[in-house]
Design a protein around this ligand. Structure first.
Ligand code: PEP
Ligand code: MN
Length: 244
């Protein structure tokens, strides 16, 4: 979509079949970026931890079969190897690593955009500072991704104030996108909040999409099924961003 980045895909790559069916669906919808996480950071040790290195052949297969660009999270400098870098187009740094300054500094030498998510309890100042760690070490190519913060309100998974990404955009002069899946934690809200983000002039969204959300190994409650995501894309095309 013109002037609006759409990154979509499952919370985690679970196996080859679901990855291929999701990639096929997204490429038919002409989505540019496939969210394809193999290294997960989970709160509970008993939860699915991602395929890890075993997921790399799946990412490679997707890259070969489709013209999708691959967005994947890394959480350790050791994962930044040549094999992964040959496949990946955007590197995601998750909320829990926003202040891992050692990791941030290592991204300065990488010639790829970094999708920097806001930390779970980070202020805007701290988030901007995290971006500076990457910039100061040599990589100016950053996309900031708002995903809400921890607060006392629990009716949504995190708390999102729609002012924040707008304020950040003025401060950093970089693309700022919204992750409605992790900010709401509820698939019923994802389409509406995504439309709002385009209307108010944000630069894009990252949305979790799964072939069978009720049986997803992670974050099923906030993942869209294919029909709901298709409706979102149609509706987004009808939204004209505010020009003020
Ligand atoms: C994710 O996007 O997969 C994720 C875990 O989100 P966050 O880092 O924002 O919690
Ligand atoms: Mn998730």
């Amino acid at each position: 979509m013109k002037n609006f980045i759409i990154i979509a895909g499952p919370c985690s790559i679970e196996n080859m079949d679901m990855a291929l069916s999701t990639a096929n669906f997204l490429s038919q919808l002409k989505i540019e970026y496939f969210r394809a996480n193999i290294y997960k950071i989970r709160t509970y040790p008993d939860s699915f931890q991602g395929l890890g290195i075993k997921g790399i052949p799946i990412l490679r297969e997707i890259k070969e079969k489709f013209s999708l660009k691959i967005v994947t999270e890394i959480n350790d400098t050791g994962q930044l190897n040549k094999e992964l870098l040959n496949i990946v187009d955007i590197i995601q740094i998750g909320a829990r690593n926003m202040q891992n300054t050692h990791l941030l500094k290592s991204l300065g030498k990488i010639n790829k955009p970094i999708l920097l998510k806001r930390g779970i309890s980070a202020t805007l100042d701290e988030w901007v500072a995290a971006g500076k760690y990457i910039i100061n070490s040599g990589n100016n190519n950053i996309i900031f991704c708002e995903r809400g913060i921890r607060c006392y309100e629990h009716s949504t998974r995190n708390v999102l104030d729609i002012n924040w990404p707008l304020i950040l955009k003025e401060r950093v002069n970089k693309p700022v996108i919204l992750d409605p899946s992790h900010s709401c934690g509820n698939r019923k809200l994802v389409n509406k909040i995504s439309l709002v983000s385009r209307f108010i002039g944000l630069d894009g969204i990252m949305v979790e999409v799964h072939p069978d959300p009720d049986n997803a190994l992670s974050d099923g409650a906030q993942s869209l099924d294919f029909n709901t995501f298709t409706k979102l894309i149609k509706d987004l095309e009808n939204i004209k961003p505010l020009s003020i």
